[in-house]
Write a protein that binds this ligand. Structure first.
Ligand code: ATP
Length: 352
């Protein structure tokens, strides 16, 4: 059990500021995910916590003690990497035993603890196999077992599922989460896959440019993004510039304080409806032209453009009438103003 508190952590590589004043509090048992595009600083932050490279300033406090200047092997963190990092020439059991042998744990206890952890990651029947005779998903579970068997205070995972195919990734996502929950293990997880982050985490921490944009529960991140970057990176969004209180000539409801630098209306594709008749009560309708309608089984995806030429994507419930809309038809793109959001017009512009 470990709570983690990062205080003003900074790190530069020469003139590149990789982490700028990182302040994070991770409660004990939390599955905490660092999510962001390539180069945003996720790996740098994870490695600073692991002790693989030194941060320039700030504190990494675990259970009340600053571990930020301890060498990696003294931090008692378990680490799982993207490329499995299993030893190829020894069996699964020997791979998992390694850390315990190093710590001179008695033989009988090693056997007991290794069996216990192999049960947990469902690898007990494979204990005597060599890694080359395992699938990618099984090898990654060896990596997880090896990290957990030494009973770390903290588990760190750097894109552990990204080398696996899509189906296996989803299966292993569920398994990882259930092992983490059953051990109540505080976990810091790095991914650039937003769906993975939403599905697995207690807390999602969105990073961009070495700065934390928002750290909150998945629901909050998706439905109440703190700024435009989070609204654009997590899920899809249509951003429509607001000109003199209007979008494509239609007056839209706005919060009181629209800043001088301008604002954009953000509409999630799934919150849009396409109507060929009258705009329903309580909705706002933007006159649009249908460019393409595509049926994907579970939903219908519609590409349209507004009267000023702006392109918009909508995702609608399957409806045969919608499918038969010809290219070039006129329609109203409707939305409930309560589900629309307004952001300051800037990459990281705040939600208004
Ligand atoms: P990815 O998802 O691509 O791994 P990331 O979010 O993990 O990206 P980092 O690897 O932490 O990002 O990199 C953060 C920034 O620091 C980037 O601008 C990167 O180019 C830079 N950087 C990382 N490692 C070094 C290094 N050893 N020397 C110089 N710059 C580096």
């Amino acid at each position: 059990m470990a709570d983690v508190h990062l205080k003003s952590v900074r790190k530069s590589y020469g003139s590149v500021l990789a982490l700028s004043e990182i302040n994070i509090q991770i409660p004990s048992g939390d599955f905490f995910t660092l999510l962001g595009p390539s180069g945003c600083g996720k790996t740098t932050l994870l490695r600073a916590i692991a002790g693989f490279h030194a941060h320039d300033s700030g504190e990494i406090v675990v259970n009340g003690t600053d571990i930020g200047r301890l060498p990696a092997h003294k931090r008692n963190v378990g680490m799982v990497f993207q490329d499995y990092a299993v030893f190829p020439h020894v069996s699964v059991r020997d791979n998992v035993s390694f850390g315990l042998k190093e710590r001179k744990v008695p033989k009988a206890e090693i056997t007991r603890r290794v069996d216990e952890i192999l049960d947990k990651v469902q690898l007990r029947p494979f204990a005597e196999r060599m890694p080359h005779a395992l699938s990618g998903g099984q090898q990654q579970r060896v990596g997880l077992a090896r990290a957990l068997v030494v009973q770390p205070t903290l588990l760190l995972m750097d894109e552990p599922l990204s080398n696996l195919d899509a189906k296996l990734r989803v299966d292993l996502r569920r398994e990882l989460r259930s092992v983490q929950q059953s051990m109540n293990m505080t976990t810091v997880y790095v991914t650039h896959d937003q769906e993975e982050a939403l599905a697995m985490s207690d807390t999602v921490c969105v990073m961009y440019g070495g700065v934390i944009q928002q750290a909150a529960a998945p629901w909050e991140i998706y439905h109440r993004p703190a700024n435009r970057f989070v609204a654009a990176f997590v899920g899809s969004n249509n951003f429509l510039p607001i000109v003199d209180g209007t979008v494509a000539g239609v007056t839209v409801p706005l919060p009181a304080d629209v800043p001088a630098k301008g604002a954009e209306l953000a509409l999630r594709p799934e919150n849009l409806a396409i109507v060929t008749g009258t705009v329903p009560d309580g909705m706002v309708g933007l006159p649009a032209t249908v460019d393409q309608v595509a049926f994907t089984g579970r939903e219908i995806s519609v590409a349209l453009h507004l009267s000023d030429g702006q392109e918009v994507q909508a995702i609608c419930e399957p409806d045969e009438a919608l499918l038969s809309l010809p290219h070039g038809s006129a329609a109203q793109l409707c939305f409930d103003p309560a589900k629309a959001q307004v952001f300051e017009a800037d990459v990281t512009g705040r939600r208004l």
